[in-house]
Design a protein around this ligand. Structure first.
Ligand code: MCN
Length: 791
């Protein structure tokens, strides 16, 4: 029988799906082999910018095993559209963003190293690769624009003719006049220049695809590593024109992590499904790690100047920000939204700031496209706010915790000057809990002890807020989204009482098969093992918007709640009929339907069976069966918030930063599974620390990616990280029935400024660029020495 007490909402249930994953029984795209499968290899541009004078495939076509070679010309001749950006941003002069064409295979120009030039399909992968080396491309190499700071210069090479000076959009948000006035009345203005370093996502499973075409039915099938298979199908049918939506099935089976990089519709997956009909056989492609570095959409990459105006008491009066955001060579699926509506709207942080004005130039460069990566815009906003608040504390001499307390938003709902309406929160509660867990008051003694040992010690706070549960449709629509951001669910109760839940969310590491089942088990009073969560297949789930923006709990689970409401209502009707009672008298609790005030009762399984035997149902009043669907569109984002405190010790001889303590206290509203939530926070913090200390995507001035492997791109490893101390505070989110706030990105958003605030505190400097590698830290120490000596 049900053990709802141990398996329900709030219980740290172990992940159901992990048995499959850790015993090697997962089904990832590359594990799947289709009959008569062939293999694809993509010939990629070695140049950051070049004109293609000609492509000679004649030798390659004769190579063993080669079945077909496609270039941009074939794609264009077939009438296929290019890849799209699903979010339109308008510049401050009212003009729409300037969109350069994004062909599936390059036509006459390549725009970054790794751009797709040709696709070879062969019997084996080795044959496809060997043949790709025989393709003779005559390139005319052109100057490349790589520097973000210089890409708008008059003489910088143009990435797209449509975008003069490489400017895609010049966007603004907030009130410029009010912000100027706030600065005019300020007692102090704190200024800071910040770089948000470029990151390269590294999911454990690289991207992969198998495209297939069935001549008999005319149906295309694409198995792919997608976080949102329905959106992929929509884009491939409505915009690229691969096949009509009802003739295209997209399956995202087990997916080994995405972190945002698998939201997007890429060239390779598109080419595989399109070419499958041409070749008449299934085509598989799996990225190797080098291809992933070159061609997965990268993240972050901002240059910002920020100014904070304060009064004599350290109260914030205004914030002024100018940011240049790298979009790479082409607009990726959601890229325009990231440095605008996911960034500028969060610049109020946890603080009451009466006036804010932000300008963002979204620019093209000859580098890989840049799009959402865990946090997407919100880490950039949090980094800027929490770095300048920390700097303001140091310049005013007010303790960093105290300056935050003085400026926290304390009454809700709170309308910020940058669109967001914060629904609920208690920022001080998280800060005080984090400070207590970090023993903030004991820090001076620990610093003195480090100094005695010749080490530098620092402490840094990050009081972050983010907007997630990405929805509601009306809000995102008014801001430029091309899609709605609701979620769907269908609950199917079988005659034996077990339940299948079809969800439009997609789990690729977040544990939905467990948490979603916990919700259903709790609500229906049945064992967790009697609930199956079905996702990731457009033939099974009618439609769904997928998983990103930490939305699956707040939006996806809310859709399930709505469907369960309908299930319960119908099951009560059936129970009332069976027990000859009035529906209003039926109580459903712990898996049993009881007639109030009597000992008449029916178990969940009895009612489920009766729904299908349907004997004697009053005709027209009760339909047989027990299956209900729902779409859920919330009224607001959710606003997780909290305080992270990082303490570091630095060896001045080597510049090595050791994180000696990391405390995170987060408010995620109602928590469904604390073990999964802790895992999510751990992963996010690890990525945030990676950004702060280790990870950096670097192109050389000619546009070659010099961090294209794990030899050069430093991912955080277990021994780079301390054991994290976690805590939770709780304010219930009012815009979804479960009161949940998303947790999937919080760590990646909060951690970087906590780390950099600690490092700069230890070094006694204003700023250091991320990643604060030993070399950079050592240089900062060395350049500080002569100054100290001179003083
Ligand atoms: N949850 C909960 N209680 C809450 C909030 C969430 O129990 N108050 C649970 C949810 O039920 C879900 C998990 O925690 O099982 C994460 O929920 P949520 O915060 O809604 O985030 P999503 O499921 O929408 O996942 C997306 C988020 C994002 S945007 C990125 S990026 C990311 C992340 O999740 N990528 C990940 N975590 C990841 N974890 C793994 N292993 N792999 C990725 O690619």
């Amino acid at each position: 029988m049900s053990d709802a007490a141990n398996e329900g909402i709030g219980k740290p249930v172990r992940r159901k799906e992990d048995f499959r994953f850790i015993t090697g029984n997962g089904h990832y795209t590359d594990d799947i082999s289709r009959p008569r499968q062939t293999y694809a290899c993509f010939l990629r541009s070695p140049h950051a910018h070049a004109r293609i004078r000609s492509i000679d495939t004649s030798e390659a076509e004769k190579a063993p095993g080669v079945l077909a070679i496609f270039t941009g010309r074939h794609v264009a001749d077939d009438g296929l559209g290019g890849l799209i950006c699903g979010w339109t941003v308008t510049s401050k002069d009212g003009t729409p963003m300037k969109v350069g064409a994004h062909p599936i295979l390059a036509l006459d120009t390549v725009r970054y190293v790794g751009d797709h030039v040709a696709m070879v399909v062969a019997e084996t992968l080795a044959e496809a690769r060997a043949a790709s080396e025989l393709i003779d491309v005559d390139y005319e190499a052109l100057p490349a624009t790589v520097s973000l700071a210089a890409c708008q210069d008059k003489h910088a090479a143009q990435v797209h003719a449509e975008a003069p000076r490489n400017i895609c959009f010049e966007w603004e948000l907030g009130n410029k006049v009010e912000t100027e006035a706030a600065f005019a009345g300020a007692v102090r203005v704190v200024k800071l220049d910040l770089t948000n370093n470029r990151l390269i996502p590294n999911a454990m499973e690289p991207r992969a695809a198998i495209g297939e075409y069935d001549k008999g039915s005319g149906i295309y099938t694409l198995h792919t590593t997608s976080q949102n298979p329905h959106v992929a199908r929509l884009v491939l049918s409505a915009f690229v024109g691969v096949a009509p939506e009802h003739k295209l099935r997209v399956i995202a089976p087990d997916v080994g992590g995405g972190f945002g990089s698998k939201i997007f519709i890429y060239a390779e997956e598109t080419a595989c499904v399109w070419a499958a009909a041409k070749v008449g056989r299934p085509i598989k492609w799996t990225a190797d790690r080098s291809e992933a570095f070159l061609s997965d959409a990268h993240g972050r990459d901002h240059l910002s100047h920020a100014e904070l105006a304060l009064d004599a008491d350290g109260k914030f009066l205004g914030l002024r920000v100018k940011t240049i955001a790298n979009l790479g060579a082409y607009l990726s699926t959601f890229s325009a939204a990231v440095p605008t509506y996911l960034y500028g709207t969060l610049l109020s942080g946890q603080y009451y700031i009466p006036a804010i004005y932000v300008e963002v130039d979204g620019v093209y460069t000859h580098t890989a496209p840049v799009d959402a990566y865990r946090g997407a815009g919100r880490p950039e906003a949090t980094f800027l706010v929490e770095r300048i608040v920390e700097t303001a504390a140091r310049e005013t001499g007010i303790d960093p915790a105290e300056i935050r307390r003085r400026n926290f938003v304390r009454s809700f709902p709170h309308q910020t000057p940058v669109i967001m309406n914060y629904d609920t929160g208690d920022y001080q509660a998280s800060l005080e809990a984090a400070l207590a867990a970090a023993d903030y008051n004991g820090f001076p003694a620990r610093k003195a002890d480090s100094a005695r040992r010749g080490k530098l010690r620092g402490i840094g706070i990050s009081s972050y807020i983010e907007a997630c549960g990405i929805a509601p449709s009306a809000a995102v629509g008014s801001l430029g989204a091309g899609v709605g951001l609701w979620e769907s669910a269908e609950v199917r109760v079988n005659p034996t009482g077990n339940v299948e839940v079809l969800t439009g969310s997609h789990s690729h590491g977040q544990g939905h098969e467990t948490t979603f089942a916990q919700l259903v088990a709790s609500r229906l009073g049945i064992p967790l093992s009697n609930v199956e969560i079905v996702h990731g297949d457009t033939d099974k789930v009618q439609f769904g918007m997928g998983t990103y923006g930490s939305r699956s709990g707040a939006v996806g689970m809310s859709a399930i709640v709505k469907a369960l409401d309908k299930i319960e209502a119908k099951a009560k009707k059936i129970a009332a009929h069976l027990m000859e009672a009035a529906v209003e008298d039926i109580v459903f609790e712990n898996g049993a339907f009881t007639v109030q005030g009597t000992d008449k009762s029916l178990a969940w399984a009895e009612v489920s069976l009766a729904a299908y035997t349907a004997h004697g149902f009053p005709s027209g009043e009760i339909e047989p069966g027990l299956k209900e669907g729902a779409f859920y569109d919330p009224t607001n984002f959710t606003f997780p918030a909290g305080a992270h405190v990082c303490e570091v010790e630095i060896d001045p001889d080597t510049g090595i930063v050791e994180i000696v303590k990391f405390v995170a206290v987060d408010d995620f509203g109602t928590i469904i599974n604390p073990m999964i939530v802790e895992g999510q926070v751990h992963g996010g913090i690890a990525q945030g620390i990676g950004q702060a200390l280790l990870e950096h995507g670097v192109y050389d001035p000619s546009g070659q990616l010099v961090t294209g492997s794990y030899m050069d791109y430093c991912m955080p490893r277990a021994d780079d990280l301390p054991s994290f101390t976690l805590g939770f505070t709780k304010t219930v989110c009012p815009s979804n029935p479960l009161g949940m706030k998303g947790c999937g990105e919080a760590g990646a958003i909060a951690a970087p400024p906590a780390v950099i605030n600690a490092v700069t505190d230890a070094l006694g400097i204003r700023n250091i660029e991320m990643p604060a590698t030993p070399a950079r830290v050592w240089q900062a120490i060395q350049s500080a020495v002569p100054r100290a000596a001179a003083e």
